[in-house]
Design a protein around this ligand. Sequence first.
Ligand code: ZN
Ligand code: ZN
Length: 233
Amino acid sequence: MSGYANRLIHAVFPVLCVFCGVHHTGGPVCKQCSAALPWIGIICEHCGQSLPATQPVGVVCAACQAKPPAFAKARAPCTYNFPLDSALKALKFKRQLCYVPALAGMLLPVLEQDFSDCDALVPVPLHRTRHALRGFNQATELCRPLRRATGLPMLRQVYRHRATRSQAGLTATERNRNVRNAFAVKGNVLCRYPLIIDDVITTGATCAQLANALLNAGAEKVGVLTVARVQAD
Ligand SMILES: [Zn+2]
Ligand SMILES: [Zn+2]
């Protein structure tokens, strides 16, 4: 179904809001719940980390000035706070795929505005052992509606060739070490500007490693788009 037809159906037929369960028209999230989502405010122009509201638009954070990340820019529409944190956990660990249309609906406007020149989508791959245990990859599920809406191809030649520990509970340095050389790209990529898609970005270590693998495989630059951003302490 085209994006237009999809939007038309959502505008006419009432659906249940995934956050509050109330019938409404206009998309998978009702107006009240949408207004209450933890939308991100002022961000670093490069890494997308949320910054104090006193900072001007377009500023680059101190960390990016000292050591620019391998990706060209990272964006997330929201911070990793209630109720999105619960929704993302339910998607990832309880396979609540009912959240996918709402989450993809939050990614699409950012994709269209900030990454209109991207030419491929790259879901962050899981190692095959974790993929087998979980049964699905939440990043791939988020990519599917984006692919349908934009017509962008999904790059499937990226692998996680080392079974990395879960990043949860690790410090920034440990996260970097944990994901170093974790990804491999089969052959050269034929796209110029691939866009990495994932559910959450924390320190950006995983996305930076994947960006490096894509750059080494021939990409000119790499973007990162996630639903939520964990705020730095
Ligand atoms: Zn609602
Ligand atoms: Zn930054």
